[in-house]
Design a protein around this ligand. Structure first.
Ligand code: SAM
Length: 674
């Protein structure tokens, strides 16, 4: 099969921008790039230049004022730099757009500024101080990939860290207005290449406009070759001319030729969306949609915080493969996303503790795997680093016999309270019922339900299924394999002065820092078991795992009078769900019968790809198979689904959106069957 996308690069940290500060015309210190020997902006007139070149030449004040579409207006930028352009676009949007309008900013950056430099650069604009503070509070780690930031209730910023042309090729989204920035073509010839203009054209909405400060021949030729009409318009200050223009008919998305089955379904009405399942997958989708102004009914037979999401403590962690693969890319993106999302949702930390997670190497095999992982992934220490047993012991405040990996951004969450908080998002209505069946109607979907009062029905335009191991009980989802996995956690009350870990510690199981005097550890992993009664056998398994992983700590616990006697344990058992490839299902539900028919030829010859878009059950979505890592995966998957439903740019690179697609296995089966 021809590859659908250029391969994504290995997960890696990016080089920070090297700045020196030089006086500009007005004698003010201005950020200057040592790499490119060019300025980010002139402190003297940078703000006025941004407004003239990027906002006015794209006619943003008028276009914002007239924006009545349900989807957000999308701006794409090449080179985020200090964010001045984007903060000005946000201010312009606030000044002109109607109350219901939304704005989505997409910007690339290969050399992200250090947070301190960013703060210093933005301090030049006191009237942007509040906006700059929002940006600084969420400023991402310098890791390649997409980082979604919430600037306010109506404005989202996706930072695509990496090279512009590559990032735009992987962008799953389309742009209404381009800010073609980046240092001057003469200083940064690598960026101003035909590949950049071609990627811009392919990611444009019909009629998308652009504006740029430069009039260089290479830019005019590149834009024209890609299909943009350009004209010279008066430049800013001493620059006589600059370019502005538009693309009437952008080219088709060539990427879909290799994977027509993943073609996203066309947007459909979304006045009311039903979300089935009140765990972290369902509540995070409900909140993501409600935030976008969609009326959501969240349906669960038990209420929010059901199933495995009802635990007192859950671990926000990931386990990344030694060799980079798309699953690891999704999980690292998910961890970074959840961390930013929790920070924004609960800045006081009443729902979570970002205490860091230690992943111990308790076997030579795991030690070897971790060494290979670190060698293959030059990530910043602030994201993941190797630690010795001494460092681990110091970090966690308990004796630890093995070294391992430290994930400083990870931690533990109160999943039960988090689900309740998300379910309380304005715009979400709770309905306590068990959905037995869903059927397509001419307007959308009819849900047949059992409630305490008896059978009932509910109509919705669209439906998101987020019921873990039960998610494939419906006719439409029956072809998505899901394995139930029973997991039990154990907890014990700590005597006063008992030692306790200050970090989450994972190996075969996990132990978390105590919450309200109780130490929680677990969880058992019993595939194909669905019994949710607490069992002593699972308590013993959890205790034995704790003693094996942390023998010194287990001894210290007993020494302090904490009984490791299972009779004194409390517990909770729940059923999680896993897909065969252990990647969540997040996206539209494929019409399996239609796929099998449309793509039957693949069984004979995997290179014969029909030019047929995949058929999906219109307005039916799934977020499931989050296993025991739902705190890292579900919030990002919620954004994937909400972004698609609302016709917005996606929060992940296109190959990763495809990787999560619930239909991936159908295609694999067809090809293998041949
Ligand atoms: N728009 C910015 C602002 O509002 O502050 C100013 C942009 S600055 C003049 C140019 C930016 O483009 C720098 O931050 C630089 O690191 C970035 N850049 C240069 N080459 C790039 C590339 N190939 N891919 C992504 N970003 C690049």
């Amino acid at each position: 099969m021809p590859p659908a996308h250029d391969p994504l690069p290995p997960l890696a940290g990016l080089t920070r921008a090297h700045l020196d500060w030089r006086p500009d015309d007005g004698g003010e210190d201005t950020p200057h790039s040592s790499e490119f020997d060019d300025v980010y902006f002139s402190r003297h007139d940078g703000r006025a230049e941004t407004e003239h070149v990027f906002l006015d030449a794209n006619r943003l004040p008028e276009r914002f004022q007239d924006w009545t579409e349900d989807r957000p207006f999308v701006i794409g930028e090449t080179g985020f730099g200090t964010g001045l352009n984007m903060l000005c676009a946000w201010a312009c949007f606030d000044a002109h757009a109607p109350a219901r309008a939304r704005l989505h900013l997409v910007s690339t950056e290969l050399y992200p500024l250090d947070r301190r430099d960013l703060a210093r650069a933005l301090a030049a604009w006191p009237d942007l101080a509040d906006r700059a503070a929002v940006l600084l509070a969420q400023w991402p780690e310098p890791v390649s990939g997409v980082h979604r930031l919430w600037l306010d209730a109506r404005v989202t910023l996706d930072l695509h860290f990496g090279d512009t042309a590559e990032r735009l090729r992987w962008l799953d989204g389309r742009v209404d207005a381009w800010f073609l920035d980046g240092f001057a073509p003469a200083r940064n010839p690598d960026m101003w290449q035909p590949a950049l203009f071609a990627a811009m054209a392919a990611r444009s909405r019909p009629g998308a406009t652009f504006a740029t400060f430069t009039c260089a021949g290479v830019v005019k030729r590149g834009l024209a070759a890609a299909g943009f009409a350009w004209r010279k318009v008066p430049g800013f200050g001493r620059k006589r001319e600059m370019l502005a223009g538009e693309i009437a008919t952008p080219p088709a998305d060539e990427r879909r030729r290799a994977t027509p089955w993943f073609t996203p379904p066309a947007p459909c009405p979304r006045r009311r969306v039903a979300v089935i399942g009140g765990g972290i997958a369902g509540t995070s989708v409900a909140a993501a949609l409600a935030r976008r102004g969609v009326a959501v009914t969240l349906i669960d037979r038990e209420g929010p915080g059901a199933g495995a999401s009802g635990n007192r403590q859950g671990v926000l962690y990931v386990k990344l493969a030694a060799e980079t693969n798309d699953q690891s890319r999704c999980y690292l993106a998910g961890l970074l996303h959840s961390r930013r999302w929790l920070d924004a949702l609960d800045p006081d930390g009443s729902l979570w503790q970002p205490c860091g997670v230690l992943q111990l190497a308790t076997t030579p095999r795991e030690a070897k795997r971790q060494t290979a992982f670190l060698a293959n992934h030059p990530l910043p220490d602030s994201v993941v680093r190797g630690v010795s047993s001494e460092q681990a012991s110091q970090l966690a405040d308990i004796p630890i016999e093995n070294g391992g990996l430290e994930y400083p951004l990870a931690g533990w969450v109160r999943p039960d309270a988090l689900c309740r908080r998300l379910a309380a998002t304005p715009g979400v209505t709770l309905l306590r019922a068990e959905v037995d069946d869903i059927t397509a109607t001419p307007e959308g979907w009819r849900l047949s339900m059992t409630t305490d009062q008896g059978p009932d029905e509910f109509d919705a335009d669209q439906v998101v299924i987020a019921t873990a191991s039960l998610a494939n009980r419906f006719t439409q989802t029956a072809d998505l394999p899901l394995q139930p996995v029973r997991g039990q956690v154990s907890s014990l009350t700590l005597p006063e002065n008992a030692p306790a870990p200050s970090r989450v510690i994972c190996a075969g199981g996990y132990v978390a820092p105590p919450r309200e005097g109780r130490l929680t550890f677990g969880a058992t992993f019993r595939p194909n078991e669905t019994d949710t009664r607490v069992s002593d056998a699972d308590h013993r398994a959890n205790r034995d795992e704790l003693t094996r992983t942390l023998p010194g700590y287990a001894a210290a616990l007993e020494g302090s009078g904490a009984p490791l006697d299972t009779a004194a344990f409390d517990g909770r058992a729940a059923v999680r769900a896993a897909s065969p490839d252990k990647t969540p299902y997040a996206g539209p539900v494929p019409d399996a019968a239609a796929w099998r028919q449309a793509y039957a030829l693949l069984a004979k010859d995997a290179t014969r790809i029909p030019d047929l878009a995949g058929q999906h059950h219109p307005g039916l979505w799934i977020s499931a198979a989050h296993g025991s890592r739902g705190l890292a995966s579900a919030p990002l998957c919620a954004e994937v689904i909400a972004s698609r439903i609302c016709d917005e740019p996606m929060p992940l690179e296109a190959p990763l959106v495809d990787h999560l697609h619930p239909g991936r296995r159908l295609i694999r089966e067809l090809i293998r069957g041949g």
